[in-house]
Structure formats: structure tokens, C-alpha cells
Design a protein around this ligand. Structure first.
Ligand SMILES: Nc1ncnc2c1ncn2[C@@H]1O[C@H](COP(=O)(O)OP(=O)(O)O)[C@@H](O)[C@H]1O
Ligand SMILES: Cc1ncc(C[n+]2csc(CCOP(=O)(O)OP(=O)(O)O)c2C)c(N)n1
Ligand SMILES: [Mg+2]
Ligand SMILES: [Mg+2]
Ligand SMILES: [Mg+2]
Length: 286
């Protein structure tokens, strides 16, 4: 059993429309408030060798990434720290503050408690006009599907490729790119934090479409395999769909990796893509 299975339980209680996007959107006149929260903890999210500053940076970055994927402008982040050691709070707070400032947000509050394992929850708030709000729901057959960033680099670092260590521990949320893509008029967008494959399945389910991916079009950095690009998490590029008419989008680096179909399947070279990536799991029955 993994977190996606449990999300079905939550969606049965609060509604599918509340669990099928990167963020929650609340309408306020002709503007929208965008909210997202994420929990990270030491044993699964903070690889050995990370500094506390990097832990703070990564925690803010994952949340800013979700805000960016809606086309929103980030406003503020709150950070709740469950600390195993009290002295870690300064490095964590400085890292989160630096990340927020780099991407135009304010580290504006949070909470502190004791916890046996370092656990950090970041909550982000952003705003977006009606016309630029993007979700996972707008992909249409005939659109093309593109990705920004360098998928698989964080996964390569986890396998020992030291040159990609910074990609893993100091991820850069695509805040500028998300906004430019939203203004350009993409049809759907999400971040690829759990890997391209799982993200394609999420997008497919939310939009009710399928995808045909062309593997040799996936942008691969040196030494990074297509397997890592498809199935490893921790890269915070954006996956988006659009009509060809809006391309190119100025000042955004992206790669066209396939097309949107009406089949409901996610295929790569005609074969179903394995539904595998970064997820949190529980042993069945426990
Ligand atoms: N325990 C929960 N209760 C309510 N909503 C949740 C819960 N867990 C996740 N969600 C919502 O489900 C959606 C998908 O969450 P998640 O898979 O964590 O996305 P992401 O990988 O973009 O962080 C989000 O809108 C999130 O707010
Ligand atoms: C062991 C390990 N694997 C992968 C990563 C890369 N990584 C950083 S945060 C994160 C979680 C994904 O972020 P997000 O989608 O915001 O969290 P989710 O809601 O999917 O749990 C991952 C996979 C990591 N830091 N450590
Ligand atoms: Mg996301
Ligand atoms: Mg999440
Ligand atoms: Mg997230």
C-alpha cells in the first residue's frame, strides 16, 4: 500500500477535486489563493550528508514547486519543525528563508515541537488570476506533452553521481517557468517531484487522457539513464501539455517528449510505462 492508495480514502471523504492537483485553489473574487503543504522527514527525504541549511532549502523548495505548477506567484511559506535536536533550528530556518527569498516569497511563520525523527512540514501560499490558473485537468488529445529541467539528476545523485548532488539537495523550483508557461496558455501543468512516469499517470487520471512518450526525446543529462528520468523523484521540473500553436515559450527551456492521446494509457514506444517512482509505502496489513 502506498500514499496514492491512501489518497483514494481521503478523496472519498473530501472529494476527488480536492486531491487531484498539486495544490488547493480557493476563489477570492477574480483572483485565487493557492495552497500546498508537504511533509519531509530524515529517513526518507534527507540523504546523509545534507546540511541543516540544505534541509531547510529543500523543504521550502518542494512547496514552492507545487505553487509554481499552478501558474501562481508565491507569497509566503510557513515551516513547522519537529526537531530531534533543538540546535538544528537555525540552519533549517536560514535555508528555508534563503530559498523563499530567492523565489520571491516570505518565510512568514511556522511551529516548533520535539520529534524523535527530524520532520518538517512546509505550507505555501500563492496567488493567481483566474485566466492563468493551471491544474492537472486540462490536457486534451492532440496536445503535446513537454518537460522542463533535467529529469533523473537527483536520482543519479542518490546512486552516487556526486556531480548531481546539488540537484538533489538544493532543488530549484520552477517558479519563473511556471508563471511564463501559464501566461503563455498551457492546457495543464504539474511538477515531476515523484518522477516523470508517476506524474504522467497522475496527469492522465486527472485529465482523462493518455500519453504516447517518445523515449529518445526525454532530455538526459550526461550519465543519467532514461530509467532514472522516468522513475526517480526529487527533480522539480514541470510537466505540461499545450497546443503546438503556443510554442516556443520565450525564456523557458523545455523538451517536447510526446503527445496526448484519447486512449487512457501511458505508453512509451507503444509499451505501457511502469507505474513506478518515488512514493511512500506501508507493508500491507500493518
Ligand atoms: N492527508 C491529506 N488530506 C487532504 N488532502 C491531501 C492529503 N494528502 C494529500 N492531499 C492532497 O492531494 C493532492 C496530491 O497530493 P500529493 O500527491 O502529495 O501531491 P504532490 O506530490 O504534488 O505534493 C494535493 O492537492 C494534496 O493537498
Ligand atoms: C531518499 C530520497 N529519495 C528522493 C529524494 C528526492 N526528493 C526530495 S523531496 C521528495 C518528495 C517529493 O516531493 P513532493 O511531491 O512535494 O512530496 P510528496 O507529496 O509526493 O511526498 C523527493 C522524492 C530525496 N530527497 N531522498
Ligand atoms: Mg506536486
Ligand atoms: Mg505532497
Ligand atoms: Mg509536493
Amino acid at each position: 500500500m502506498d500514499d496514492r492508495d491512501l489518497l483514494q480514502v481521503v478523496s472519498g471523504i473530501i472529494g476527488k477535486e480536492r486531491t487531484s492537483d498539486d495544490c488547493c485553489m480557493i476563489k477570492l473574487g477574480d483572483e485565487n489563493i493557492i495552497l500546498s503543504t508537504d511533509m519531509l522527514h530524515e529517513s526518507t527525504d534527507f540523504p546523509k550528508g545534507m546540511t541543516d541549511w540544505q534541509i531547510g532549502w529543500m523543504s521550502a523548495a518542494v512547496t514552492l514547486s507545487d505553487i509554481a505548477s499552478c501558474g501562481a506567484v508565491p507569497l509566503a511559506v510557513l515551516l513547522a519543525a519537529g526537531l530531534d535536536e533543538p540546535e538544528r533550528i537555525s540552519g533549517i530556518t536560514l535555508g528555508a528563508k534563503d530559498c523563499c527569498e530567492r523565489f520571491g516569497a516570505e518565510l512568514a511563520g511556522g511551529d516548533i515541537d520535539f520529534h524523535s525523527e527530524l520532520t518538517i512540514v512546509t505550507t505555501g501560499i500563492g496567488r493567481v488570476e483566474d485566466e492563468y490558473y493551471k491544474s492537472r485537468r486540462g490536457a486534451k488529445p492532440g496536445d503535446i506533452i513537454c518537460v522542463t529541467g533535467t529529469p533523473g539528476c537527483a536520482g543519479a545523485a542518490l546512486e552516487g553521481a556526486l556531480r548531481y548532488w546539488k540537484n538533489l539537495v538544493e532543488p530549484l523550483p520552477a517558479v519563473r517557468e511556471g508563471r511564463l508557461l501559464a501566461v503563455a496558455g498551457v492546457s495543464s501543468m504539474m511538477d515531476v517531484s515523484d518522477g516523470i512516469a508517476l506524474s504522467l499517470y497522475d496527469l492522465s487520471e486527472s485529465s482523462g487522457v493518455g500519453f504516447e512518450i517518445f523515449p529518445d526525446k526525454i532530455p538526459l543529462s550526461s550519465g543519467v539513464s532514461a530509467e532514472l528520468a522516468l522513475h526517480s523523484g526529487g527533480d522539480f521540473g514541470l510537466l505540461f501539455t499545450c497546443g503546438r500553436d503556443i510554442l516556443p515559450v520565450l525564456d523557458v527551456d523545455y523538451a517536447e517528449i510526446g503527445v496526448v492521446t484519447d486512449s487512457g494509457e501511458v505508453l512509451c514506444d507503444g509499451v505501457p510505462v511502469e507505474k513506478r517512482g518515488y512514493s511512500h509505502s506501508w507493508i500491507d496489513g500493518s
